[in-house]
Design a protein around this ligand. Structure first.
Ligand code: PEP
Ligand code: MG
Length: 963
């Protein structure tokens, strides 16, 4: 014992070191010091804080403290499900550890106490005896992050307990199998030794033994493998494998805590926007090991209480007899469908059906569970809410409501609005006659084409430069996660529907074909053999995750269609929501699609997009180039009937719903070529003119070529090339650095004031289209919207034009025209002057695209192309404010404008039509501040409808983050 350290028996596990001469001195010394420090320094830590809960005591609802897995293990234990005894170390302990870089004081004492309880409960002994207690050490945070953090199994094995295990089971093969698994997992997770160092020996023994499957290895092989693994640990870590089981446990707990900050976990949280208020730190679950690999009356498997691909109410899952859980998840052996168990293990199958029913009725949610059968006894090792694709989630909502398992509100609340995006993805055109080159399991639906790549790093690299890629692997591992993010789809040649690739792809809504055994991946040669074909890296392939087919080349896709279940859910959503959902649509075609998505009107029709069509642009250019009012009016006169016809069609498609038409907004120069383009065109034309002129005179005057001036003699092609390359590089940089500042000039209503005849033409076209539709017997509800307003005087001026034209038309028409007049609120000043604006406007629509640019004082283009990703990564800004409404900044102005506007006009109709209007988080805020509608692009309408319902149903839980 080092001098000056006085550890009392019973104050910590350190006393156990005395019997471990082979544990390397430096590490042992460091641990003793740390533990001594921990035992004598409490710092700010409250010694009374409970950091460890047994499964029998933990609060099953406190996922923040116990993690989702831990809380569910407690809950299951307490409702009588057969869970192996165990305990949970809390997420708070993890945070303490990460902060102080050492375990909280007294933690290992509490762990020791719980271990003693496990010994009492199981009759086994930890670290000694011939019936040794082995435990699993698993991570588990408040939100499920499958495979992102670390787990260790069979902890508690050492040379002594190994002998005990052999004696107790009489099964040497089983004991060595458990030992070699433990050494590898512990080596990897706790000591940081790469898998390949172990795999290399494993494969070598397997090859020498002439076996293909791991189960064919005999005890002597596994003993040899274990010995080799021990030497790998010695070689790679410079230490002997730790024999003290409490030290094993401490190192494992610390490793799991550290894995919270590992790259995989951090990437995953960033990608899925998991913030500390949602999940902070991981708990550690320590659970008595039960074995599915002790013989043919043992099995292990995973199940879903319903089919996660289709939502069908049936037993779903896979199992392997005589195997350990990791074999199923890693896809090392191909598992069997649960249905086979009915014949193979009828009694356990019946128990499994009962378990499934209990889980679903207790949690009122589809569950994804893991089980093990040890010598005929069924244990449930974990349960969590099942991640399903969108179609299955929607179907199970409708089914579970019909089965009276959940209420309509629960049915809506359990669906993440963004998930519906998957249903809007294309699938393969069934008319395509291309033959597949391989078939695997349909592991996650959807179709995707892309260049095949054989590792996650390259997938990420190519994805970043905008290439569409398909990640092709033999099997995937959690460390491939960055490749998943970048890939359009995932293809594996091994593993089942519950393999890592399948689970992660489903969670991300990306297509996945798993276990396509006909594909032999050779990462070294960057190619794969598929029958007689060779697939080179970079070749384009297509996956159909719904059928499991793989094709060469890019196959055409077709748009998805709404299922009856989705229609039902969205109808419920519309009934529940306060907010209406409109679409931003500029053409009759887009309007028709928006109706199919369930839009309740058009919240923004950008009329300038009508101007850009090829039959109108020349007229628009004539109008812009006109030097006087008369010429401008002549061009507008030609444009008017075209605009009117556009509006008639649009109003007809949307009848009887409102259509908000925005008067011309962009500055005139947007309809003309850029200065640079014009200069180039002019140069080219001048050159042509000179060539034509020169040709005519050259023939007559040419005698001999003139001599070049002196400096030209010294010019070589090389020199010119060098200079050109430098200039070209500079040009590229200059272009990259160019800024696109927000357009703040002569646009919007200011154009309408400078050239009143433009707005007059548009207003007349809208009103005449209204009359025409009314004459056709249609009920139409146009809304005239003025953009970029800063002052009430602007609105008053446009309103005067509207009134004048209306008066005239009503006289001719003989009836009153029904329409609304309103303004966009997209300048900061408009927000501050909302009260005055509302005196003239019957509605407001927040243009949060421009308002966001104005509030942040940068343009979307500059921000997104230059610094926003870096700002998001370093968490200076949490989201992209052009996608998700910036509640803290822009939201304050929105709130103020709503308040002031309604102070002036109680029934002021208010909506939002910036892109943020289609984002669920923004929608929650819009509901909270009392908007009447949101308007977004057509395909986001279903997402917004569901989000609007959820905003209403969960309004009490709304957390206002404005301050
Ligand atoms: C806005 O500014 O939010 C808006 C909808 O207008 P645009 O995007 O056309 O500028
Ligand atoms: Mg705008």
């Amino acid at each position: 014992m080092p001098p000056g350290i006085d550890i009392q028996p019973g104050t910590g596990f350190v006393t156990d070191f005395s019997g471990l001469p082979q544990w390397h001195a430096p590490i042992r010394w460091a641990i003793i010091q740390l533990t001594n420090f921990a035992n004598t320094n409490t710092g700010n830590h409250d010694m009374n804080d409970k950091r460890v809960y047994s499964f029998a005591d933990g609060d099953g609802h406190n996922k923040k403290l116990l993690g989702g897995k831990g809380a569910n293990l407690c809950e299951m234990t307490q409702i009588g499900i057969n869970v192996p005894p165990g305990f949970v170390i809390t997420t708070e302990a993890c945070l303490d550890y990460l902060k102080e870089n050492r375990l909280p004081a007294g933690l290992m004492d509490a762990v020791q106490e719980e271990i003693s309880r496990l010994e009492d409960a199981t009759g086994k002994t930890f670290g000694r005896g011939d019936d040794p207690l082995l435990v699993s050490v698993r991570s588990g945070s408040a939100l499920s992050m499958p495979g992102m953090m670390d787990t260790i199994l069979n902890l508690g094995l050492n040379e002594a307990t190994l002998a005990g295990l052999i004696q107790q089971t009489g099964d040497e093969r089983f004991a060595y199998d458990a030992y070699r698994r433990f050494i590898q997992l512990f080596g990897k997770v706790a000591l940081g030794i790469e898998d390949e160092h172990f795999d290399e020996h494993f494969e070598e023994v397997k090859q020498r033994a002439g076996v293909k499957a791991d189960v064919s290895l005999e005890a002597s092989h596994l003993r040899e493998i274990s010995q080799k693994f021990l030497s790998v640990v010695r070689r790679e870590s410079g230490q002997d494998f730790p024999q003290d089981v409490m030290l094993q446990l401490q190192l494992a707990v610390e490793a799991v805590f550290r894995s919270w900050m590992g790259r995989r976990a951090v990437d995953y949280r960033r990608e899925f926007h998991i913030t500390p208020d949602m999940a902070n730190g991981t708990a550690v679950n320590i659970c008595t090991m039960v074995f599915g690999n002790m013989g043919d009356d043992c099995a292990t498997g995973v199940g879903f209480t319903r089919n996660p691909g289709t939502g069908d109410n049936e037993m779903f899952g896979e199992y392997l007899t005589n195997a350990q859980g990791e074999d199923v998840v890693a896809g090392i052996r191909t598992p069997k469908p649960l249905q086979n168990m009915k014949d193979e293990m009828p009694q356990q199958y019946a128990e499994l059906v009962a378990l499934r029913n209990t889980l679903e009725s207790h949690y009122q949610e589809v569950q994804d569970y893991e089980f093990t059968i040890e010598k005929g006894t069924l244990y449930c090792l974990q349960t969590r809410n099942g991640k399903m694709n969108a179609a299955a989630t929607v179907k199970t909502s409708v089914d579970m409501f019909d089965e009276k398992l959940i209420s309509k509100e629960q049915a809506l609340l359990r669906i993440e609005p963004e998930l519906l995006e998957q249903l809007l993805h294309p699938s393969l055109d069934p008319a395509s006659t291309v033959e597949p080159i391989a078939t695997g399991l349909p592991a996650s639906p959807g179709a995707a084409s892309g260049k095949c790549v054989f590792d996650a790093d390259l997938a990420e690299k190519l994805g970043k430069i905008g290439d569409k890629v398909i990640l092709v692997r033999e099997e995937t591992r959690p460390e491939d996660i960055h490749g998943f993010f970048a890939a359009e789809g995932i293809l594996t040649s091994r593993g089942g529907k519950t393999s890592h690739a399948a689970v992660v792809a489903r969670g991300m809504g990306k297509p996945c074909v798993a276990g396509a055994e006909g594909i032999i991946v050779d990462v070294g040669l960057r190619q794969a053999h598929v029958g007689e074909h060779i697939l080179h890296e970079g070749d384009v392939i297509t996956l159909d995750g719904a059928t499991g087919m793989v094709y060469f080349g890019a196959i055409p896709t077709i748009a998805p269609h709404f299922s009856e279940d989705l229609e039902t859910v969205l109808r419920w959503a519309d009934e529940a929501a306060d907010l209406k959902v409109m679409a931003n649509a500029d053409t009759p075609d887009a309007a028709r699609k928006a109706r199919e998505y369930g839009a309740m009107g058009i919240g923004l029709c950008r009329t300038e997009r009508m101007f850009n069509a090829s039959d109108r642009l020349p007229i628009v250019i004539d109008m812009i180039l006109a030097n006087n009012e008369a010429d401008r009016k002549e061009a507008l006169g030609r444009l008017m009937p075209i605009q009117r016809a556009d509006f008639v069609e649009l109003f007809t498609v949307m009848s009887p719903h409102p259509v908000t038409v925005r008067l011309l907004d962009p500055p005139m120069h947007e309809f003309l070529p850029t200065e640079q383009q014009l200069l180039e065109q002019i140069d080219t034309l001048r050159l042509y003119r000179d060539v034509v002129r020169g040709r005519q005179t050259a023939l007559a005057t040419f005698v001999t070529p003139p001599e070049l001036p002196k400096p030209f003699d010294e010019l070589s092609e090389e020199l010119v090339n060098d200079a050109l390359i430098k200039k070209e590089r500079m040009l590229k940089k200059v272009r990259e650095l160019q800024e696109v500042n927000p357009m703040l000039g002569h646009r919007g209503v200011r154009l309408g004031i400078a050239y009143p005849e433009i707005y007059a033409m548009q207003i007349q076209a809208i009103l005449e289209a209204t009359v025409e539709c009314a004459n056709n017997g249609l009920s139409v509800r146009p809304e005239i919207m003025v953009p970029q307003v800063i002052t009430a005087q602007e609105l008053a001026k446009v309103r005067a034009t509207v009134d004048e034209l209306t008066e005239q038309l009503e006289k001719d028409f003989g009836k009153q025209l029904r329409f609304k007049f309103g303004t966009m609120i997209e300048t900061v000043r408009a927000c501050t002057r909302a009260r005055q604006l509302a005196a003239h406007a019957e509605f407001f629509s927040f243009g949060t695209n421009d308002l966001t640019q104005a509030v942040f004082s940068f343009s979307r283009e500059d921000a997104e192309n230059k610094f926003l990703p870096m700002y998001n990564e370093s968490e200076i800004l949490q989201d992209n404010p052009f996608e998700v409404l910036d509640i803290q900044g822009v939201g304050q102005l929105v709130d103020m404008a709503v308040y002031r506007g309604r102070e002036q006009r109680k029934d002021l109709k208010i909506g939002i039509c910036g892109e943020q209007g289609g984002h669920p988080n923004s929608i929650r805020f819009c509901h909270h501040v009392g908007l009447d509608y949101v308007s977004c692009s057509g395909p986001r309408v279903p997402i917004a409808r569901l989000a609007a319902a959820k905003a209403k149903l969960s309004e009490k839980e709304f957390v206002d983050v404005r301050s």
